[in-house]
Design a protein around this ligand. Structure first.
Ligand code: SAH
Length: 359
């Protein structure tokens, strides 16, 4: 069976044409899936019955099984999805006022190795396909009430998005179409550990996505410790690539900084950050560490957080504290993990980080 969501509209038209069927059916099928939130071909009542049967014999719309569906008191919902090969990922719907933000994954696990993050604890098993990325969006779309509409996408789930750009970009493009989910680039944020060649590639594409760079430390010595992939990269190289992105796409840069008690939360770190970000039109998103079972890191006290933030504000940095959403269901930043038995496949374990960085 083929995963229908891996076919673009043009490819679906082609498939229909190859079967001697009218190509305009493709748009009808997409309307059912993206607009009417259909989950089966059987529901597509304006398609001839024999076409519905042929489609059902050839394609799956959703290839995953929803293993767990949790709802937090603040309205955040998290889905744990299992793909046919047994691998699992998570994705989240966050409700804030009228905003409906979905947080989606791009890889099974992560190869970047950030020491405080749950997603990379067991390395990366594989990239998700375009269809699997779209499927998360569509399943989260379906769990909403009929009068709710998705408004924003953050690519901040499991995995390093810039290590899987080839599959992510077509999914975001589809999400952005009016006949897709209608979520334009300005409402989409891609968060990256900072892979300069891939940032440059994105810059060259002239997209209007918002870029968030996970900084977490004001100097390379500390960043090498907590974001090990930094050893082969360096903060200066990342900032240079981020500056080129900003110069080209004009959108305000965002830097993320997970605040880890007694590790990167000292006043001198805040002072160094002020220097580093001086002269940049940037927003610094401070995320107090969300606890991950089994990891030794600590959330800084409110006092330590305040002190850190005040130094930044006094230094003229535009800072925001990311409020915690869905932490009681482990759906907050960095809590999405492969925390479940994985199938024994030949591809499990860490892939070569060099290879993952190639665009
Ligand atoms: N790989 C990408 C996107 C995924 S993480 C990246 O590195 O940006 C999304 C954000 O959550 C990142 O800034 C990440 O560093 C942060 N994060 C990871 N673990 C966390 C934790 N335990 N507490 C708070 N934030 C965390």
């Amino acid at each position: 069976m083929q995963h229908l969501l891996n076919l673009s509209l043009a490819e679906l038209r082609q498939w229909l044409a190859d079967q001697g069927l009218p190509a305009y059916r493709a748009a009808q099928i997409h309307k059912w899936i993206y607009e009417k939130r259909a989950g089966t071909f059987g529901e597509m009542s304006d398609l001839p019955k024999d076409l519905r049967e042929r489609l059902a014999g050839e394609f799956t719309i959703f290839s995953s099984a929803i293993t767990t569906h949790k709802t937090a008191e603040d309205g955040t919902e998290k889905l744990l999805l299992q793909w046919p090969d047994g691998h699992r990922i998570e994705c989240v719907l966050i409700r804030e006022g009228k905003r409906r933000t979905i947080c989606i994954s791009t890889q099974v696990g992560c190869a970047m190795g950030c020491v405080f993050c749950a997603s990379g604890l067991d390395g990366v098993a594989r990239n998700l396909t375009t269809g699997e990325i779209l499927e998360q969006m569509l399943l989260l779309n379906r769990i909403q009430a009929a009068d709710e509409r998705l408004s924003n996408i953050v690519v901040m789930g499991m995995g390093e998005p810039l290590a899987n750009l080839d599959r992510l970009l077509p999914a975001l493009e589809q999400a952005g179409k009016p006949e897709g989910l209608g979520i334009g680039g300005r409402h989409i944020t891609i968060s990256t550990v900072g892979l300069p060649p891939a940032i440059d590639r994105l810059t060259g594409m002239q997209t209007n996505y918002h870029l968030a760079v996970s900084l977490h430390a004001p100097n390379d010595e500390l960043r090498n410790q907590i974001v090990p992939v930094n050893k082969g990269i360096s903060i200066a190289t990342i900032l240079a690539a981020a500056d080129r992105f900003f110069a080209d796409n004009g959108r305000r840069l965002t830097f993320e900084y997970v605040l880890l008690g007694e590790l990167n939360d000292r006043p001198e770190h805040a002072e160094e950050l002020v220097e580093l970000l001086r002269g940049r039109t940037a927003l610094l998103n401070v995320i107090p560490y969300n606890t991950v079972a089994g990891l030794p890191y600590k959330t800084p006290s409110t006092r330590a957080q305040e002190k850190f933030l005040n130094i930044l504000r006094d230094g003229g940095v535009n800072v925001q504290v990311r409020t915690r959403k869905g932490d009681e269901i482990d759906a907050a930043c960095g809590q999405l993990r492969r925390s479940f038995p994985q199938p024994a496949t030949g591809t499990s374990g860490l892939l070569d980080i060099e290879a993952m960085q190639k665009p």
